[in-house]
Design a protein around this ligand. Structure first.
Ligand SMILES: Nc1ncnc2c1ncn2[C@@H]1O[C@H](COP(=O)(O)OP(=O)(O)OP(=O)(O)O)[C@@H](O)[C@H]1O
Ligand SMILES: [Mg+2]
Length: 390
């Protein structure tokens, strides 16, 4: 499906043919020559580095490599050697046991000794199979891991050990240092990951939407500028939009049928569904229209109408309806009414009253064990506490 040219790779990746080719060439060359190599996959956030690295890792595994794959984290600077930990501790055949690694990490003040122990473990493995050490998000590697990565590739250059790093250009430093340290001793390539081609983005869209991509979607995707992360996000938004459109059409059909047959219950169901759909779509005026019609048919839905007025900032109307509801004979759903009342206080800046109202509503919901607005209510009350400086 989705098209012209460019097969879907094993990792579900589109485009990137030349980058994959370059990495596979390096993998094959390390396996063939029995000596080291290093690749840096570099590009801006969301451009597809992790995806490309995953593809290369799959290729290396298939070529018989023993793979250690890890990912640095922004918090790694706190713990020495934590970024390299996953590379040597995990995988099909970990290079080191947890105990051995913990022992090494305890000697973090003896950097040269520690690097030599790591080198020995890698060298021993590389005596039987080629080894890939892959580290994602290298820009966040902790200082000790960075030091090790400036030493190890050169130290192991005569063994079949391949280093693959992926990272953002910012913060600059770690990747550049590691590449500079290796560059005279072993084959080193930097693979810049740029925007995906229009054709590849079109294929990603086809994969995501499961349908052929039309002109409108293509125009929308132009806004992603070839960044697959943005494209995927936009496509998800589009899909939600389509779901809402489909739901709205179903609701309108149900409403027409209910009007024709005069079925009151079906009418109520269709209007409340359409009101919710409009709220989710951010169409507050439409939501008000639906909920006003609904509460005219069944006054139990007065709270929904009140909240809909609040959504269009018509606090005068909601106040009027709240007063009318107070005279009501009590058939209204009380918790929903309290919710509407508290929202009214909140909208008009009466924080104490709002807080008290939400609390009462939470207690009522607890008592009847129907926790519809519990989470929302607590979030709003924490916000109120924050605003008051508590
Ligand atoms: N070539 C591609 N084909 C299809 N989808 C892709 C491709 N590249 C990336 N994606 C999708 O785009 C999103 C972002 O990709 P990825 O996580 O690899 O980016 P990244 O460069 O590693 O980002 P970060 O800098 O945040 O780590 C993911 O959802 C991924 O599946
Ligand atoms: Mg990534």
């Amino acid at each position: 499906m989705a098209g012209s040219g460019g097969a879907l790779s094993r990792s579900g990746l589109r485009g990137r043919e030349s980058e994959i080719q370059e990495l596979h060439t390096l993998i094959a060359s390390v396996a063939r020559t029995g000596s080291g190599g290093l690749a840096l996959i570099q590009g801006v956030p969301g451009i597809g580095k992790t995806t490309l690295l995953a593809e290369a890792v799959t290729g290396a595994r298939e070529a018989g490599f023993s793979v250690g794959l890890g990912k640095a984290d922004e918090l790694h600077h706190i713990v020495p050697l934590s970024s390299l930990a996953a590379c040597v501790l995990h995988g099909d055949r970990p290079l080191l046991s947890g105990d051995a690694f913990a022992d090494l990490a305890r000697h973090h003040d003896q950097r040269i000794w520690l690097v030599e122990r790591l080198a020995e473990a890698m060298e021993a493995r590389a005596g039987s199979v080629p080894v890939l050490i892959a580290l994602d998000d290298v820009q966040w590697a902790d200082p000790l891991s960075r030091f090790a990565l400036t030493q190890l590739p050169t130290r192991l250059r005569t063994s079949p050990v391949l280093w693959m790093l992926a990272g953002r250009p910012e913060p600059a430093g770690p990747a550049e240092e590691i590449v500079a340290a290796a560059t005279d001793a072993l084959p080193t390539v930097t693979v810049p990951v740029g925007p995906l081609s229009g054709a590849a983005i079109g294929q990603v869209a086809g994969d995501t939407l499961g349908t052929a991509v039309d002109e409108r979607v293509r125009d929308l995707l132009d806004g992603a500028g070839g960044n697959p992360f943005l494209a995927v996000e936009m496509l998800a938004g589009l899909r939600n939009g389509r779901d809402l459109v489909a739901a709205r059409e179903a609701g309108e059909t149900a409403l027409r049928a209910a009007t024709e047959t005069g079925d009151r219950e079906a009418h109520v169901l269709a209007l409340s569904g359409l009101g919710e759909i409009a709220l989710n779509a951010g169409e507050n005026a439409v939501a008000l229209e639906r909920f006003a019609a609904l509460s005219a048919i069944d006054s139990a839905f007065l709270p929904e109408e009140i909240v809909a007025h609040q959504h269009v900032d018509d606090f005068g109307s909601s106040e009027r309806l709240l007063l009318r509801a107070a005279d009501h004979d009590g058939s209204l759903r009380q918790a929903m009414m309290l919710w509407a009342q508290a929202q009214q206080h909140l909208g008009l800046g009466r924080l104490d009253d709002a807080d008290a109202g939400f609390l009462t509503m939470e207690r009522l919901e607890e008592a009847v064990q129907v926790p519809v607005q519990q989470v929302n209510s607590r979030v709003i009350r924490s916000w109120i506490a924050l605003v008051r400086g508590e």
